[in-house]
Design a protein around this ligand. Structure first.
Ligand code: URP
Ligand code: ZN
Ligand code: ZN
Length: 455
């Protein structure tokens, strides 16, 4: 065997138990008490927890956006990922008019082959059907393991928006192919109307980012997506859910038996719209914005009740100088916040403090994204699965500072956040890539995750 992890508390979505875990050739080869195996390397995990690596199903690495490019490259973003216990990311390349899905995704794959520090998959954002050619190409993309596509119902001026007709077309095509449509739901016309009003009134602080797209602006679009998906009888995945009313529409659809998946993000669980009143409020500007306390409470309630399926980050950091473009005009702030290194520590801290169970944290951050998006070798500690493993010390205290993160950004909304419990080792397919504060892997360690379509 290559690796033996001894005496750790293994966490699965259905339970926890003390056992040894052996790894051979990148795969989990055995799990049991007092395994009698020889291994090249042995780790004593007594007093620690052994978890599947997290899957961050929502990142934007080196994405051209907001007049610049997001601050983490595939290298720095995936280096940060493994240092926070994330062993697979799903990135969102954006297709533009005339571009093909495979041309775009292959160009990202090429970068990742040399740069990625964790495994990677892509949800391709479709913004233009290229006269219908994209609908044909989706079949080939699915064959090549790209089984999910994203529609932005916003970013009209940026040329990224999908209208209702195109959304419906894509939902139906994806269903035929066993693929998934992920949707960013906010109402673009309401946003534009309200933005113009606030600018005219000279109301330009970060608070008006929230005010131009508050709860009901997101809820309208969430409900529209649920309406289309349920009436067309297609599965759908709503990304970065942040509001109570939209969430309730999803819960109702779920209860009626529809396949409506809901993702939320740590920033919506931690912060409310009050952050936009802060002097540094622009650093928290992302879309959808953080909402009021009622929405945050509803998100936690749904997490506990099992109505939220995944927690992912929407990692999209920008440098301070870029966030400062919007100091006096919220419309000039690039939208997005960092989080890939904070996801697992945040959700595991919630488990460590008793807010949720460790089993649920693993389900939300690893097993569910693996199942929903067809990563057959990922998402749980089972014999035959990839040995993507995190060793977590439930007693280690950690405070987030921009200087102890492993990204390239120079500011973080998580500055000063304290965690009780922290990942101490991350293994990517059996290889140690993070060890107690240090990145110890090699760019290029990451591999493309070829996914299987839904049956
Ligand atoms: O503000 C955000 N979320 N930026 C990234 C792009 C997106 O909408 O997901
Ligand atoms: Zn989005
Ligand atoms: Zn996003």
């Amino acid at each position: 065997m290559d690796l033996l992890i001894k005496n750790g508390e293994i966490v699965t979505p259905s339970g926890r138990f003390i056992a040894d875990l052996a790894v051979d050739d990148g795969k989990i080869a055995a799990i049991g008490r007092n395994l009698d195996v020889q291994a090249d390397s042995t780790v004593d995990a007594s007093g620690k927890m052994v978890l599947p690596g997290a899957i961050d199903a929502h990142t934007h690495m080196q994405m051209p956006f907001g007049g610049t490019v997001s601050a983490d490259s595939y290298l720095s973003g995936t280096r940060a990922a493994v240092c926070g216990g994330v062993t697979t990311i799903f990135d969102y390349p954006v297709q533009h008019k005339g571009e093909t899905i495979l041309g775009l995704v292959n160009s990202k794959k090429e970068i990742c082959e040399t740069d990625a520090c964790c495994d990677y998959a892509f949800h391709c954002c479709i913004t233009n059907l290229n006269g219908g050619a994209i609908l044909d190409e989706m079949a080939q993309a699915v064959k090549e393991g790209i089984t999910s596509f994203k529609c932005f119902l916003v970013y009209k001026k940026e040329g990224m928006m999908v209208d209702d007709g195109m959304l419906a077309t894509l939902l139906e095509r994806a269903k035929e192919l066993g693929a998934m449509i992920n949707v960013h739901a906010e109402n673009p016309d309401l946003i534009d109307l309200r933005t113009a009003k606030y600018l005219k009134e000279g109301k330009t602080s970060a608070w008006y980012h929230y005010m131009s797209r508050p709860e009901f602006v997101e809820a309208e679009a969430d409900k529209r997506v649920v309406h289309w998906a349920t009436h067309l009888d297609t599965p759908v995945y709503l990304v970065h859910m942040a509001d109570k009313e939209g969430l309730e529409a999803c819960i109702k659809a779920k209860e009626e038996g529809h396949t409506v998946y809901v993702e939320t993000c740590p920033q919506y669980l931690e912060f409310t719209c009050d952050v936009y009143k802060r002097e540094d409020g622009r650093n928290f500007v992302c879309s959808p914005p953080m909402k009021g306390q009622e929405s945050q409470d509803a998100l936690w309630k749904a997490i506990k009740a099992g109505f939220i399926d995944t927690v992912a980050t929407d990692h999209c950091p920008f440098m301070q100088a870029e966030k400062d473009w919007g100091k006096d005009d919220f419309t000039k702030i690039p939208n997005g916040c960092p989080g890939v290194e904070n996801l697992y520590p945040y959700m595991l801290d919630a488990a460590n403090s008793g807010k949720i169970t460790f089993e649920r944290a693993v389900e939300l951050c690893s097993s569910n994204p693996a199942k929903i998006f067809g990563c057959k070798d990922k998402g749980s500690l089972e014999i035959g699965k990839d040995a993507d493993i995190v060793i977590y010390d439930p007693e280690k205290d950690f405070t987030v500072h921009v200087d102890n993160m492993h990204s390239d950004y120079d500011n973080t909304i998580w500055e000063g956040k304290k965690f009780h419990g922290y990942p101490v080792k991350t293994f990517l397919r059996g290889k140690l890539v993070y060890d107690n504060g240090e990145y110890v892997g090699k760019p290029g360690d990451g591999k493309f995750v070829k996914r299987v379509p839904r049956s």
